[in-house]
Structure formats: C-alpha cells, structure tokens
Design a protein around this ligand. Structure first.
Ligand SMILES: C[S@@+](CC[C@H](N)C(=O)[O-])C[C@H]1O[C@@H](n2cnc3c(N)ncnc32)[C@H](O)[C@@H]1O
Length: 298
C-alpha cells in the first residue's frame, strides 16, 4: 500500500457507526466502526471476499472495472443483497450514477456538435460516450468524433466492443495511451471524469496543465472530481474501500478544485454538481465538482 492520503488518514481516526448494516456480521461491524480495530486483517479478508467492488479497488484503485458494476448496479446479475449492494446503493454509489446521468446529458447538449472532435482523457470503457450518444437517440452530428484515450487496455477493448455492437465504431474510437505523453491532433473538447479524484493538488495541476496539449488554443474541458462532502456524508463506504481496502482517494474542497484548474491555466466557466435537486437533503452540494472550463488565453 502506498502512502496514505491525508483525507483517508483523517477518516481513519474517526469512529464510524455501522449499526443497522445488516449485510455485515456483528463482529465485522464492530471492528469496522472502531479506528483501533478496522486494521485487523480479518476485516480486509472479509470485505474483499464478499464484495467484487472492494476486491477490484484493493487490487487496482485506478480501474474503471468498479464503475462497470456500479453504473448498471449489477455484478453480473442484479444486486439483490450483500456487501456489493450496500456499497452500490450508498450515497456514493448513487452519486456515481447521478454523475453519469448529469454529465452525459450535459455533454450530449453541449459537446456533441457537428465536425467537432472530443478527446476523453482516462475515458475507461466509454460509459460517458455511449450514455451521451444514447441521450441523442442515435442522432449524431456529422463529423462528430468521440476519441477515448486510456492507459488500461482492458477498458479500451471493452469500449471498442461496445462501439462495434452499437454500430458506433465510426463515431466512438478508443486507443490505449498515456494522456501525459500520447498527444494526437488537437481536439475541440476534452472530458476528464473520475481521473483527478485520487491525485494530490500538485499532480492534478500537472495533469490539467498537460490536458491543454490535447486541445486547440480555445479548447474546452468538462471534468468531474470528488469533493470532501463525499467523505463527510458517507463515511461507511469510504471506511470499507479506503481505510480497509487501501484506496487512496483525495477528495478536495471546492476552493482546492478552483485553485487547481486556475493554476493549470484554465478559465472556469461553470461548476456544477451531480446531485438532482430532490436529493438535496444536505447543504446543496453533491459529491462531485463538475467543472466546465476553457483554456485561458496566455
Ligand atoms: C476511475 S476510471 C474513470 C473512467 C471513466 N472516465 C468514468 O468515469 O467512467 C479512471 C481511468 O483513468 C485511466 N487513467 C489513469 N491515468 C491515465 C493516464 N496517465 N493516461 C490514460 N489513462 C489514464 C485509468 O486507466 C482508468 O480507466
């Protein structure tokens, strides 16, 4: 396990109430609650044996394979019980589904435009591409191109298979590559969703600075990253996945997100939240900062 992020460490010091979480045996519930005992190896053995989500994130925290369970809320079959259902139905699982819905609608309305090219940096298996094109009910503008760039070959192959089976292979392309190095022709738009969540401010700034190299001089980005609100409102999910499983997320405050984009040379046009108004039982913000920004004139 790498160095613990300061946010995961702060959560590790807290007592987290697991009372009423019936899918867990009482001894695991008690150990999870207490900062002194969640580190017991039996807790990790239990969570990774009982939950595919916990297992994936423990083995490869950067993987989008977890999202392929949470977005459709199935682990090969509909989630009817157990720890995967608990994690997927948590506020954080719902936030991921709301993020997919909000962002794909926004992208369909704003970035899917005639003769424009969009590069999806860390686009994984293309969930946002396919959902956004679905929003347009198959009416795709001529010359529009959605180009997924991801370092994970498995995710790229899944994206290519889905594109082919949906008859979208001329619109959605996927290639394996590192967005810090592999720059193709300048695109009009960039998407970067769920990529900055594990990065500290310095790394996120470097990645966002590099993102500009993929774009034309007046290019725009649509990016989503995790807010501290997520840890505050759903500590149980992050206790299991981060404290126990070792996923070093680095949720940020809205001020930190603003600072990172601005320092990287972006002019922020708008910041949204994934949370639909009827879920607004907290202070109004959701778990993600969803940023629409444009390359600042230099
Ligand atoms: C959590 S997934 C998000 C996938 C997708 N954007 C979504 O939200 O559904 C993060 C993705 O970023 C990719 N990634 C991380 N670093 C990368 C890099 N340097 N170059 C390209 N892809 C990268 C990972 O392989 C992974 O598929």
């Amino acid at each position: 396990m790498g160095t613990m992020s300061e946010q995961v460490e702060a959560l590790a010091r807290k007592y987290v109430d697991f009372a009423g979480v019936d899918c867990l045996p009482p001894d695991i519930r008690d150990k999870l609650a207490d900062p002194a005992t969640f580190v017991d190896p039996s807790v990790l053995a239990y969570t990774t044996a009982q939950s595919k989500i916990a297992q994936i994130l423990h083995e490869n925290p950067a993987s989008d394979a977890m999202l392929r369970i949470v977005y459709p809320d199935t682990n090969g079959k509909p989630l009817t019980g157990g720890l995967d259902r608990f994690l997927s139905r948590s506020l954080s699982g719902q936030a991921l589904r709301d993020r997919l819905e909000f962002c794909s609608k926004w992208l369909a309305a704003n970035f899917v435009q005639p003769r424009k090219r969009l590069v999806d940096l860390g686009g994984g298996s293309g969930s946002y591409a396919f959902e956004a094109l679905l929003q347009r009910s198959g009416r795709v503008h001529s010359g529009f191109q959605w180009d997924i760039l991801d370092i994970d070959l498995e995710a790229v192959v899944v994206a290519q298979l889905v594109a082919r089976s949906a008859g979208l292979e001329s619109v959605v392309t996927a290639r394996q590559g590192n967005f810090m190095k592999d720059v193709a022709a300048p695109a009009d738009y960039a998407v970067m969703i769920g990529v900055l969540c594990g990065m500290d401010k310095t790394t996120a700034t470097a990645v966002l600075t590099r993102a500009k190299a993929h774009l034309k001089h007046d290019g725009e980005i649509f990016a989503a990253t995790l807010l501290q609100q997520a840890f505050d409102e759903d500590p149980r999910t992050f206790r299991i996945l981060c404290n126990v499983g070792g996923w070093q997320l680095r949720p940020k405050t809205l001020d930190q997100v603003t600072e990172v984009f601005t320092t990287a040379g972006w002019n922020i046009l708008n910041i949204f939240s994934e949370r639909p108004p009827h879920h607004n039982h907290t202070s109004g913000s959701g778990q993600y900062a969803i940023v629409h920004a444009q390359v600042s004139p230099s």
